[in-house]
Design a protein around this ligand. Structure first.
Ligand SMILES: [Zn+2]
Length: 419
């Protein structure tokens, strides 16, 4: 195996800062907005295509706008090693979420090419469409299309303007009904590796630049409606009230308790109190629960505990609970082999790393249903993301990319799973 030169830190940084201009608001505080299939997101993908072409890759776009750059290996018939992330963003997002994984992959392959390294297996870089799900409330659409996990229902989802996914895809120049063509045979893909910013504070607190993901926690979302009785806030004694808001307060604490008991996380991120008057006892409350755990059994136990608490609260307060599961993605375990490869890369170039679960969802979660999967996380300043202040230092971006390059190289050279 040839020795590898380091990646070009400044060149990588320049591409991150160039891409940051696309979809940027008028001031820094406005951040970056590149919603799926909006003009800035399409422009960002065009920028990625240009970089891939400059790098000498074979570039193509699939039926749902996923952009690919292919570096042919010495044995192109073997399953490919795929790597990448996304360039769409949330509203007023930051410059590193997703982009680091795509631009880092391009820099990694470019460095290999310049060092005269042509690995055994083909390396395929991907920039997935609509990872964030902000526009249509779904997310992971590009990777789901590749994994064959979409059905026609997604075409009828609508954005804030009432435009359907089908219309938006057509306007962006795609043929919506062709989305099944984006599905890839799992035998063509030997591994998927994603580098992404951490979006939390674990690495910063450990004073370490990069993490190796053990499991990606699968989100389970609930929408909960509590029905009580709306009465006069002055004329109704405390003892005979059916206050939906007090039931909600107890329910929120039950979510916290279930998460702490089972070592997961639980969040009530949105709540609506109705009718919503200062002198009216709330008759109805609607709130959401986001629960995550790296272990499906324990996540299910969190749910069982929460539901038991809800029914106890209902009995005690004379209200009723209606619970609807709106999202349920299984957690994913990262491949031991890929984790070992990243560790080896870290040892070789002297970059300290930390094994850790990943709390945020990523395309890698979906890709784990297609092939073995691994993730490298890179330190986020103050743990901030989905925010204009999202920041990862130039040096940390370079370290993560160095690990990505070395891991891609060793995966692309490995023997044993030629079937
Ligand atoms: Zn992301």
């Amino acid at each position: 195996m040839q020795t590898m030169t380091g990646i070009d830190q400044l060149r990588l940084w320049r591409t991150l800062m160039d891409l940051r201009q696309i979809g940027a608001g008028a001031t820094e505080a406005d951040g970056i907005t590149r919603l799926a299939f909006s003009p800035p997101e399409l422009e960002a993908k065009a920028y990625i295509r240009v970089l891939m072409e400059e790098c000498g890759l074979d570039v193509y776009t699939d039926a749902v706008g996923n952009v690919f750059g292919v570096y042919q290996g010495r044995e192109p018939d073997l399953p490919v090693i795929m790597t990448g992330s996304h360039v769409d963003s949330v509203i007023r997002g930051g410059a590193f979420d997703g982009t680091l994984g795509v631009l880092g992959a391009i820099e990694a392959v470019r460095t290999m090419k310049e060092a005269g390294i042509r690995p055994r297996r083909t390396i395929e870089i991907v920039s997935f469409s609509d990872e964030e799900g902000t526009r249509f409330g779904a997310g992971y659409m590009g990777s789901k299309a590749l994994a064959g996990k979409l059905d026609d229902r997604f075409l009828t989802l609508t954005d804030q303007e009432g435009e359907s996914y089908e219309t938006v895809l057509t306007k962006a120049g795609y043929e919506p009904s062709a989305y099944p063509k984006a599905k890839r045979d799992s035998r063509e893909i030997g591994a998927f590796l994603e580098m992404h910013i951490e979006q939390g504070r674990v690495l910063e607190e450990a004073d370490i630049a990069a993490g190796i993901v053990t499991t990606i926690q699968g989100p389970l979302w609930l929408q909960v409606t509590i029905e009580g009785a709306a009465d006069h806030a002055g004329a109704t004694p405390m003892a005979i009230r059916k206050d939906a808001s007090l039931a909600m307060a107890e329910a929120m604490l039950a979510v916290e308790e279930a998460a702490v008991t089972h070592g997961g996380v639980g969040t009530v991120g949105s709540l609506k109190v109705k009718p919503g008057g200062i002198n009216i006892i709330p008759g109805e409350v609607v709130f959401t629960v986001d629960m995550r755990h790296g272990d499906t059994t324990l996540r299910d136990r969190m749910l069982t505990d929460i539901e038991a608490s809800f029914s106890a609260i209902a009995g005690k307060r004379g209200v009723s609970f209606k619970t609807l599961v709106t999202k349920k993605e299984p957690p994913a375990t990262c491949s031991e082999d890929i984790r070992a490869s990243i560790h080896q890369a870290a040892n070789t170039c002297g970059i300290p790393v930390k094994d850790m679960p990943c709390g945020a969802g990523h395309d890698a979660l979906i890709m784990s249903t297609v092939t073995r999967m691994g993730m490298i996380l890179v330190r986020s300043q103050d743990g901030i993301s989905h925010n204009p202040q999202e920041w990862t230092s130039q040096e940390d971006c370079a370290k993560g990319t160095e690990l990505l390059m070395r891991t891609l190289h060793s995966l692309a050279e490995e023997r044993g799973d030629e079937a």
